[in-house]
Design a protein around this ligand. Structure first.
Ligand SMILES: Nc1ncnc2c1ncn2[C@@H]1O[C@H](COP(=O)(O)OP(=O)(O)O)[C@@H](O)[C@H]1O
Ligand SMILES: [Mg+2]
Length: 389
């Protein structure tokens, strides 16, 4: 095991690399907590971030995202726990001594300074010489495509341009770790989507580690390779976007990350690798057995709207008839045209409502189904997720 030898790590450190070995995380957060008065804003968070990761912290407003970032950046001291960077505890390091930079939610640009001076600010404070600052600022201006705007003040810029100045300022000192607090929240939808892609390209090109905070699940899924979902100061689940969406760990996460149909289970019966579940609102459902045994806890069956197919008489093909198994009769109760997809609400004969999302794959299609029309909503046991409730 030569690659794990202490000498390899020491050599890497001697070369100025604070990242000691491939197996060790760049950042380790260990049981970190922060209380304001009697309110625990961050409540025992543990998390490892690898070098080069694009990590998203996702959670509703007030769940402690900004507080956690501020502790990483050194603007707030944890009441409990440790923060290790490259294996070293950084508790005593002041914000400007940490190889970490933070881009603030409201950008916090200096209104009286030009674009150029805003970007140069941290470099000057760090004592960099003018001869080094000038080319570094030019490099940052080019990186975020602000050429020609160097002399403008923040109030002479659009929202998107201000966002770029804040990004350039945060990147200027070439931090090992960049923390971005809701970096795109102030931009309109189209600009936000373009900027998401630009941020991903930038992060890859610079080979840096990003932690981005957002309350927008689509944004987190688009950009990050891993997502940590926060709820009331705690990490509820850390997973890849796909795992989070397809295998959420709780009902709350399933509902927070995208739309989902949920049916409370009233009874269950094992049938080989499947469970036959009795529900009040959707009748009997056949679902794949969950990986973790359920025991006697209350649970619900969850199905994403795009997994549900609609047809007039049930699964169309022979194969569909064999695999679908779950086929629920109902009538169309509501139609919502969204451009790329149409969402149909189906009032089931069993009493509940199920939402099905259907792709509009041909331009001149009229709605495939009309109000009050009888339909069959069908899906397979594998389309269902069993969630403790
Ligand atoms: N300096 C502070 N003093 C008192 N309460 C605070 C302070 N900072 C944050 N909080 C509270 O802690 C909770 C978490 O805040 P924050 O980390 O900003 O959440 P988020 O960024 O997820 O919206 C909120 O209820 C907020 O009001
Ligand atoms: Mg916040």
């Amino acid at each position: 095991m030569t690659d794990e030898s202490p000498r390899t790590g020491a050599a890497a450190n001697a070369a100025g690399d604070a990242y000691p070995g491939a197996s060790e995380p760049l950042l380790r957060i260990e049981g970190v907590a922060k209380t304001f008065g009697t309110f625990r804003a961050v409540d025992g968070v543990s998390l490892d971030i690898k070098a080069g990761e694009f990590f998203a912290l996702l959670g509703p407003s007030g769940c402690g995202k900004t507080t956690l970032l501020r502790m990483l950046a050194g603007f707030e001291a944890p009441d409990e726990g440790r923060i290790l960077l490259g294996g070293k505890d950084i508790a005593q390091a002041l914000p400007h001594e940490r190889p970490i930079n933070m881009m603030f939610q409201n950008y916090a640009l200096f209104p009286h300074l030009s674009v150029r001076d805003n970007i140069a600010f941290g470099l000057k404070r760090a004592g960099m010489s003018r001869a080094d600052i000038v080319p570094r600022v030019a490099e940052m201006v080019a990186l975020v495509k602000l050429e020609g705007l160097e002399k403008r003040k923040p109030d002479q810029l659009s929202g998107g341009q201000r966002q770029r100045v804040a990004l350039a300022r945060a990147l200027a000192r070439r931090p090992q770790l960049l923390l971005l607090d809701e970096p795109l929240a102030a931009l309109d939808k189209k600009l936000r989507e373009n900027t998401q892609v630009e941020l991903m390209e930038l992060q890859r090109r610079l080979g840096m580690t990003f932690i981005v905070v957002t309350h927008d699940q689509e944004e987190a899924m688009t950009m990050a390779s891993r997502i940590g979902v926060m709820k009331s100061g705690k990490l509820a689940q850390v997973a890849s976007p796909r795992e989070l969406y397809e295998a959420p760990r709780s009902r709350w996460i399933a509902e927070f990350v995208g739309d989902i149909n949920l049916f409370d289970a009233e009874s269950k019966l094992r049938d080989g690798h499947r469970l036959v579940v009795g529900t009040r609102d959707a009748g009997t459902l056949v679902v794949a057995e969950p990986r973790q045994p359920l025991g006697d806890v209350k649970f619900s069956v969850a199905i994403r709207p795009e997994k549900i197919k609609l047809s007039r008489r049930g699964p169309a093909s022979e194969a569909g008839r064999e695999t679908a198994i779950n086929a629920l009769d109902g009538v169309i109760a509501d139609i919502c045209y969204l451009g790329g997809t149409t969402t149909y609400k189906v009032k089931l004969d069993a009493g509940g409502i199920v939402e099905a999302s259907v792709a509009n794959s041909a331009r001149l299609d009229v709605d495939a189904y009309s109000l009050n029309q009888h339909v069959v909503a069908w899906f397979t046991p594998d389309d269902c997720v069993v969630l403790p409730s």
